[in-house]
Design a protein around this ligand. Structure first.
Ligand SMILES: NC(=O)c1ccc[n+]([C@@H]2O[C@H](COP(=O)([O-])OP(=O)(O)OC[C@H]3O[C@@H](n4cnc5c(N)ncnc54)[C@H](OP(=O)(O)O)[C@@H]3O)[C@@H](O)[C@H]2O)c1
Length: 319
């Protein structure tokens, strides 16, 4: 991929999803937002709906999602566990059967730093949920993507922590598992998948992007003990408030919504974005400063991941 260059979008670190969508009319648009009932996904759902979009929120806890979204107009809920490939196929089939073209897919559902967990055929849980679950969902929704549709994957500066571990992606080797490495690899996978998917979608006028939303305290950090959050400098002061540089959830939702809608991104398909712009190459290992590491811009690795994923899931050989 060419060296990524920010576009000077006019939005930035402090912009909110509502700022990005101010003046936008998404009436008649249909969006699917996984995880759209918590943290950043919830703010994306609210903003997209406020701008007029109808938003389907596939949810691991549909009852909870129904409660949270009860006051959000044009939002609806469907059950989905992304760690269960059969469930992903069922949900995608239901959406296809409904016959409505999908304009936006925002793959926001996620987990962080959990203990070693395997799902299905021994898949590591971060990789299974963040990448393989969303891979199957997106591939199976591809036939009903509207002209000009966008697919946005929630990656993370966590991609700094690991390239693809091709020799042992599921941490099957004894002692190999590390919570942060697992999170990091899965986020690298999200970005690589967007890079390759964009090329597959481009002929039909649709595009894929991945985004780092920033650093935001949400339920995502439930597996990170408070002591660790303090040591990492994520919270400060007697009241453990978010550290300087952290965003609010409304700000954390902005980059995904921007990637889902900004006309500026035409011609930049596959880009990794942060702070409502294309991310520049990372010039340090400071994840709060962000930027993009070269291994998520590697088209060869993106194609390799695509075919590896197609083999694992049984979908994706043809879009
Ligand atoms: N917060 C940050 O600082 C940050 C930074 C970089 C990247 N991100 C990424 O941004 C995304 C959203 O994070 P967030 O902070 O909004 O987290 P969050 O508040 O925990 O929301 C994540 C959502 O994903 C859902 N989910 C988890 N596993 C699932 C599964 N197997 N099937 C279906 N849904 C599932 C969760 O469901 P439950 O409510 O049922 O658990 C929750 O609704 C994640 O992909 C995360 O990695 C966040």
């Amino acid at each position: 991929m060419d060296t990524p260059t920010p576009l000077r979008s006019g939005f930035g670190h402090d912009s909110t999803a509502d700022d990005v969508l101010a003046g936008s009319d998404l009436g008649g648009r249909f969006a699917v937002v996984t995880g759209g009932y918590s943290g950043l996904g919830l703010e994306m759902t609210r903003s997209l709906a406020r701008a007029g979009a109808e938003v389907l929120v596939p949810a691991r806890r549909p009852d909870r999602a129904g409660e949270v979204l009860a006051d959000v107009p044009r939002a609806s809920v469907a059950a989905l566990d992304l760690s269960d490939q059969a469930d992903v196929r069922r949900l995608a089939g239901d959406v296809r059967a409904a016959g409505r073209p999908v304009d936006l897919v925002v793959n926001a559902a996620g987990i962080m730093r959990g203990p070693r967990t395997t799902v299905g055929p021994g898949w590591e849980a971060h990789l299974a949920v963040h990448h393989l679950g969303h891979f199957t969902l997106t591939v199976l929704l591809a036939p009903v993507l509207a002209e000009g549709a966008r697919v946005v994957g929630l990656s993370s500066a966590g991609h700094f922590l690991s390239d693809m571990r091709w020799e042992d992606p599921h941490f099957a080797r004894p002692g190999a598992y590390d919570r942060w490495t697992a999170y990091g690899q899965s986020k690298t996978a999200v970005s690589l998948a967007a890079l390759h998917l964009d090329g597959l979608l481009a002929p039909r006028g649709a595009h894929a992007f991945s985004v780092h939303p920033g650093s935001i305290l949400t339920p995502l950090q439930r597996e990170v003990p408070l002591r660790t959050r303090r040591e990492l400098g994520w919270v400060v002061g007697e009241d453990d408030r978010p550290a300087p540089g952290f965003k609010t959830p409304e700000q954390g939702a902005a980059t995904a919504v921007w990637a889902a809608t900004s006309p500026l991104l035409e011609g930049h398909g596959g880009a990794y974005c942060q702070d409502c712009d294309i991310a520049a190459p990372a010039d340090s290992d400071d994840m709060l400063a962000g930027g993009v590491k070269p291994w998520v811009l590697d088209r060869g690795a993106a194609e390799r991941l695509w075919w590896w994923s197609a083999g694992a899931t049984g979908v994706g050989a043809v879009l």
